[in-house]
Design a protein around this ligand. Structure first.
Ligand code: HEC
Length: 132
């Protein structure tokens, strides 16, 4: 009688354990099927091209992505201006001509050697950083 009791207890435990592991497997497999971040900006071709140009110029001596240095943080620039063709052109002109007034009295140095196309490519990268 005692033996029978222990056997059913063991069987019950085994059943409980295998149920648990089934449940775990189920929840594991559903969490691994979560889609990758939908808006991964690094997959955008404008991101790579713009960042390469910015890294090859003097921009990063005055700008960081998330921190104000001499110039505004690029993230703040992205949050201020909508990513439209008109804004890309306007900001590219500002990078080429330099100037102050939108973020304070410290001017950005002009970059007359940049082509309009390269300046626009850099601005397209910056405006991808918007997170608001
Ligand atoms: C000598 C420091 C300096 C360098 C180098 C520099 N910037 Fe700036 N940048 C600034 C400052 C200061 C401002 C803020 C100007 C203002 O208040 O209107 C600024 C503003 C900007 C803005 C926002 C303009 C606006 O009107 O809101 C963009 C875009 C920008 N910089 C991109 C660049 C890029 C791209 C480069 C490299 C080609 C670069 N900057 C190099 C100092 C710099």
């Amino acid at each position: 009688m005692k033996k029978y009791f222990i056997t059913t207890l063991l069987l019950g435990l085994i059943a409980a354990c295998s149920n648990n592991s089934n449940n775990n497997n189920n929840s594991d497999s559903s969490s691994t099927t979560v889609a990758p971040a939908a808006n991964d900006i690094t997959a955008n071709p404008d991101y790579k091209k713009g960042l390469a140009l910015i890294a090859a110029n003097d921009c990063l001596t005055c700008h960081k992505i998330d921190e104000k240095v001499t110039g505004p943080a690029y993230r703040d620039v992205a949050n201020k201006y909508e990513n439209t063709d008109a804004n890309v052109k306007m900001l590219a002109d500002k990078v080429i001509k330099g100037g102050s007034g939108n973020w304070g009295t410290v001017p950005m140095t002009p970059h007359p050697a940049l082509t309009e196309a390269d300046a626009e490519q850099m601005v397209k990268y910056i405006l991808l950083l918007r997170n608001k």
